[in-house]
Unconditional design. Structure first.
Length: 365
């Protein structure tokens, strides 16, 4: 020991802890050779406890306040030490400060989906996440089970373990709760309360308590959510398949228009989807082009040929036509991405992919 350390040990007689980190759960007071002077001042601030540990055995515990350390207010430590007639020399003991405040905003989340059977949807995979608050409820158990001989113990050192405990109970409650996925959003509070009840005994083994547990979100896989959205849209349209097909076609066309510079792959996907959905719309709503009525020319002359250059095209969600090819070239509502169809074609196709029409419509600048 250096002279400076010796002098500091002899002169300093105030034992206190000011936590500036915000996440420290326990801190051990350090003195040279753990010697505490008789008559030293112990200061315990609000939301703190001070535990005296003698040779690994928990002795006296002090709550918030200011104390002068003598044999009169250290009965357990004095008994362990055998000081029957008081003492004047320094005594050895560890002082562990405990932070009893709530440690809020601790996050939890399911690393893997929870598989369960829903009454309305059948087998589904769910993910959930939220927060919880933890605090030290049994200081002696906490020091014995977690702190040990550490000089410092932070909430981060046990976060992973606590999160796993919470996630396990959340998964269990979701799988056995009997609550439909479609009703979960209205029952987050109920589910959180049940999880809190089940996880509390597990935290208790570490001397900890869960003061709050919040479920922020329970979600389905994106593809299932998309299917539910489509089902909702279909329901809003009253089950009208024709109107639904038109709506899908319009969505595909609109999406392609929003990404004109998205590259060939993005354009191909948008156009392909639009064409496929457009063909579906045609299945429901596009009758074949009516045949022209016979024309009887006077004087036995040959009648004019039946026009075959008639095209249908899509503007927004509406099918228009039939019109001649020349009418497409001068139409301000028609672009090279406009979907067209005529009798004999297998599906709706963008004008840019129809050789006989692509030259009629100039690309946009």
């Amino acid at each position: 020991m250096t002279l400076r350390e010796f002098l500091v040990g002899e002169l300093i007689d105030i034992i206190e802890w000011i936590d500036e980190s915000g996440d420290t759960m326990a801190w051990r007071f350090s003195r040279p050779r753990n010697e505490i002077k008789n008559g030293a001042q112990l200061i315990v601030r609000p939301a703190q406890l001070a535990i005296f540990v003698d040779q690994g055995e928990m002795a006296d515990i002090f709550g918030p306040g200011r104390y002068t350390l003598t044999t009169d207010n250290l009965p357990l430590l004095s008994s362990l030490r055998g000081w029957k007639h008081g003492f004047a020399s320094p005594f050895k003991a560890d002082v562990v400060f405990i932070n009893t405040k709530q440690f809020t905003g601790q996050k939890w989340g399911t690393g893997n989906p929870v598989i369960l059977t829903d009454a309305a949807l059948g087998p589904v995979r769910l993910r959930a996440y939220g927060t919880y608050a933890v605090r030290i409820t049994e200081p002696a158990r906490f020091v014995r089970e977690l702190v040990g001989t550490n000089s410092l113990f932070t909430v981060e050192q046990i976060t992973d373990q606590l999160r796993d405990l919470v996630v396990a109970k959340v998964s269990e409650v979701l799988a056995s709760g009997g609550i439909s996925v479609l009703e979960l959003a209205a029952k987050y509070g109920e589910v959180g309360g049940r999880v809190l009840e089940q996880v509390a005994p597990t935290f208790h083994q570490y001397g900890l308590g869960v003061s709050q547990l919040v479920i922020e979100n329970v979600s389905l896989p994106p593809e299932v959510e998309a299917t539910l959205d489509q089902k909702t849209r279909m329901s809003m349209l009253g089950g009208d398949l024709e109107q639904y097909a038109r709506l899908q076609s319009a969505d595909a066309i609109r999406e392609a228009a929003r990404n004109p510079g998205g590259g060939a792959a993005a354009a191909g996907v948008g156009i392909g989807v639009g064409a496929a959905l457009g063909q579906r719309a045609m299945t429901y709503s596009a009758p074949p082009v009516p045949a022209a009525a016979p024309v009887h020319a006077p004087n036995g002359a040959e009648p004019p040929p039946i026009p075959t250059d008639l095209w249908y095209y899509v503007v927004g969600a509406e099918r228009r036509g039939p019109v001649a090819a020349s009418a497409l070239g001068g139409n301000d509502q028609v672009s090279r991405e406009t979907l067209v169809w005529r009798q004999g074609m297998a599906a709706w196709t963008p004008i840019s992919a129809v050789p006989e029409l692509s030259s009629l419509v100039k690309p946009e600048r």
